[in-house]
Design a protein around this ligand. Structure first.
Ligand code: ADP
Ligand code: MG
Length: 329
């Protein structure tokens, strides 16, 4: 096992973690009390029913469990159901995290945020969420087919920023923004704009809670988040990494957890324009979002405004073409 303490900004955390290589887009929870908890574990079997919902199919394998397509027995309403994997049922912090996702959704209603309808438990106590069903694709899957045109990136980024700014206004930090946690809906919005929904509030922090947990996804974590002090502008940093990846096809830094920790804390990434042609304003905006010092980053609401201005400057009709092409491939 790598000795993370040698290279870390927080030797106590890293030594407890005792981690070697983990893919950089996997959510990592370093729970200082209970030790490291890694995502991407087996999700268990698909149950036939969850409450009044018939479970029809597996939509996605999440880090903590499965996300299923469900249909209400009588009303036939279709929903998405996120069920915790059996191995985590005894792990109270993880159970609480899942149930709290509902609370986050309840506190902030915004068209750009996934709506969670209920948090329930099965007869044997396994928690699950009933969520609005999103018809689309997460940006991580989209990225598997290549980078996205700058104008579309601005339009997507503006919407994510607008939604997360609403969370910040409600005193909530998302803490895990990344392509896999944003869905691009198949149905366009007005004037051919792509529509997005931010989801996965599994590591979000609600004021005034202070936790001793370091959580997030190593490829997207701001320096202060590595030190366990995530704040609203840590989300700005993570969104900066996400936009960087949408534009160039690769996140600003890649590699093992120790090297990611070091890079995010100490190294300035090459600007997106060094990897492809990018409008100067977008290039500068992303670099400001990636500032090491959180105070030097723009606020989320400012990010939303600037990206919307950029997106509006695009020729109408061309707005969603690069995404539509990517989806239909
Ligand atoms: N409401 C939903 N409708 C459709 N797909 C969803 C929904 N919620 C989650 N997903 C899919 O499931 C994946 C995992 O869900 P997520 O909430 O991110 O769980 P985890 O905490 O395990 O990462 C998402 O990346 C997305 O592709
Ligand atoms: Mg997720």
């Amino acid at each position: 096992m790598a000795n993370l303490a040698n290279q870390s900004v927080n030797p106590g955390v890293a030594a407890k973690a005792g981690l070697t290589l983990v893919r950089s887009h996997t959510t990592l929870r370093l729970d200082l009390v209970n030790g490291p908890v890694l995502a991407n574990q087996p999700i268990g079997v698909m149950p036939p029913m969850l409450g009044a919902y018939r479970v029809l199919s597996l939509l996605a394998r999440g880090g903590m469990g499965g996300v299923y397509l469900g249909e209400h027995e009588t009303t036939k309403q279709r929903v998405a159901l996120k069920l915790l994997a059996p191995r985590w049922v005894e792990h109270e912090p993880i159970v609480q995290r899942l149930l709290e996702e509902f609370e986050v959704s309840r506190r902030v209603g915004h068209a750009g945020l996934l709506q969670i309808l209920a948090a329930e438990r099965t007869a044997d106590g396994t928690p699950y969420l009933v969520m609005e069903l999103l018809d689309g694709e997460n940006l991580g899957d989209l990225l598997d087919r290549g980078a996205i045109e700058p104008g579309a990136v601005a339009a997507i980024g503006a919407q994510i920023a607008d939604a997360v700014a609403a969370m910040h206004e409600a005193g909530i930090v998302h803490c895990d923004l990344k392509p896999e946690n944003v869905m691009l809906l198949y149905k366009d919005g007005l004037a051919g704009w792509p529509r997005t929904k931010v989801l996965d509030f599994g590591v979000a922090r609600m004021a005034p809670d202070v936790t001793t947990e370091i959580a997030g996804t190593p490829g997207y974590m701001a320096p202060e988040q590595w030190r366990g002090t995530a704040e609203a502008r840590s989300d700005v940093y993570a969104l900066g990494c996400t936009l960087y990846q949408l534009l160039t096809g690769a996140a600003p830094f890649e590699g093992s957890i120790p090297s990611l920790m070091q890079s995010h804390c100490d190294r300035l990434p090459a600007p997106p324009s060094s990897r492809r042609a990018v409008p100067e304003m977008l290039d500068r905006m992303i670099m400001r979002m990636l500032a090491k010092d959180a105070r030097m980053r723009p606020r989320m609401a400012e990010v939303a405004r600037m990206l919307a201005d950029l997106a509006y400057a695009m020729p109408p009709g061309a707005r969603n073409d690069s995404i539509r092409l990517a989806i239909s491939q």
